[in-house]
Design a protein around this ligand. Structure first.
Ligand code: ADP
Ligand code: MG
Length: 227
């Protein structure tokens, strides 16, 4: 039953995304075609055109790799008992170089939640943490701290990723879960769509809000493994 649900859910996001995907790929293709035709006609500023063409290709590359992630074979989708703290530590290690480049410190606070487990797919849950923490890094200027606070509330675990970034204004907050909505030059706008799909499939929720002082908080809640 688990497999059937995952499969049909995956197909349903693929369906919802289809029109967007077509546009997102067609626009760079159209622009590539235009530049190739210009180059064929023997224009001078070739380097500028090549730079733009590489950027357009990178955009399509990023979109297709995220889509491949969504449509990954379901055989990789086995759910096991996994430690939240271990997964977070692995993801933080992975993102540390990127954070360090911007002088950003990532702090993990697990005081209220030691040795907790969920039932889930490790690579998928890690993908969610990667997307959320990467977004936090990207939202921040040089310097600052990202606090990740893990706490247990009744039979659920709550993971708060609190950044000191630009925050999300009221207009944006409505659109964050929209496929292809991005405010970044090289963004795909698929990260949060994928996060939401994965967390929903794990019977969890993902919410976000503006912090009182600075930046925003992305909150993931997942059911704890019952023993
Ligand atoms: P991408 O990162 O490719 O833009 P996402 O789906 O991950 O796509 O995020 C969509 C948009 O949500 C981002 O472009 C950004 O505007 C906004 N966003 C996401 N996380 C944050 C954050 N921590 N702070 C501010 N804005 C954010
Ligand atoms: Mg992102």
């Amino acid at each position: 039953v688990q497999r059937l649900i995952s499969y049909s859910e995956k197909m349903s996001i693929a369906g919802k995304l289809a029109t967007g995907i077509a546009h997102e790929i067609r626009n760079p293709l159209t622009s590539l075609k235009g530049f190739l035709q210009l180059l064929q006609s023997g224009v001078k500023e070739k380097d500028v055109y090549f730079d733009i063409m590489v950027e357009e290709i990178k955009k399509m590359e990023a979109i297709t790799s995220e889509l491949l992630y969504i449509s990954k074979p379901i055989s990789n989708n086995i759910q096991k008992e996994e430690s939240i703290i271990t997964m977070l530590l692995e993801v933080i290690e992975l993102l540390r170089p990127e954070a360090k480049l911007k002088n950003i410190i990532i702090e993990l606070d697990t005081e209220k939640a030691e040795n907790i487990h969920i039932k889930g797919n490790k690579s998928e849950i890690k993908q969610v943490f990667i997307n959320i923490i990467k977004n936090a890094i990207e939202a921040m200027d040089n310097q600052g701290t990202i606090h990740i606070i893990v706490s247990v509330i009744c039979d659920e675990v709550r993971i708060d990723v609190i950044d000191e970034g630009i925050g999300i204004d009221d207009d944006q907050i409505q659109r964050l879960e929209e496929a292809f909505f991005t405010t970044k030059e090289n963004g795909t706008g698929l990260g949060l769509v994928i996060c939401k799909e994965i967390i929903t499939r794990h019977q969890g929720t993902i919410t976000y809000f503006q912090n009182k002082d600075k930046g925003s908080t992305f909150r993931i809640i997942l059911p704890l493994l019952k023993r």
